[in-house]
Design a protein around this ligand. Sequence first.
Ligand code: PHE
Length: 337
Amino acid sequence: MQLEDLHSLTSQALTDIANADSADALENVRVHYLGRKGKLPEIMAGLKDIAPEDRPAFGKGANDFKVQVSEALQSRKTELLSHSSPADAIDVTLPGNTGFRGGIHPIRQIMLRVIDIFDRIGFNVATGPDVESVFNNFDALNTPADHPSRDEQDTFYLSDGSLLRTQTSPIQIRHMLQNPPPVRIIAPGRAYRRDTPDATHSANFHQVEGLYVAENVSLADLKGDLTYFAHEIIGKNTNVRFRPHFFPFTEPSVEVDFTCHVCKGKGCRVCKNSGWIEILGAGMVDPRVFEQVGYNPETTTGYAFGMGLERIAMIMLEIDDIRRLYENDARFLRQFA
Ligand code: PHE
């Protein structure tokens, strides 16, 4: 092989590279010219047959061949990749990147379900601020001045004399002060108590309050509506039990239990063998509360109830420690998303 042959081989190689129309074709061209059994080793092997005075020029020509062909291969490769259709560039058989899109927090999920269930029987959502007056949180709710819940050990007071509401019941007061009867509201929100956090207590938790005020509302309405609620949130086989209780703002007052959803009432570890789970507090609105908001206590009747959402979430979602609901550990939250 002579130097002229080398020049024509180089231009032939560049033409072949330019004509290669796929990655496979280009690879064949590369093997043909630069591969172990290709043209380049052949050229190098031929060096010994070149007249000694021509060798430097031939050696340079051989090197130029290698460099030019390598560069042309590289740029053609880039060109082919950028022009290839997406179908060539992407291997659709590989698993995709499925990022976690987030989800609704379990407390909010339960809150939305409770609201939805009462929405269907005509309850509207009402809200109020977390920072409340002593009047709305205690006085208007007929809570005596010496009631233990008012104690600084139980309630967070702010320096201006207001407090962090200890329950969602002050929303009842706010709503009745601004609206004449009839009233039918469901009021979700945060509540605060000076509890030491443990598996079942948190200083900040959530409640949903219900209030129905009209003429001739009776305990039978309360029982009927809460039974409907039990059937909707837990299931049609759920029984409801009303136990006498005391709240300053309702008379009579009850605590309401649902059939244990785990053992269906047979008795198990979750319900401490009673077959029942305590779900909420309720009662008939005390006439003294109506007096405080300017309703006629002689003609006005109503019921109220309040439930803790953490408690319901823990029972329904089988969560063993209330603190998991606030730690924002994505591995925990993902299970409910
Ligand atoms: N506010 C009460 C509590 O926090 C619950 C309740 C609300 C009871 C309405 C009766 C009526 O425990």
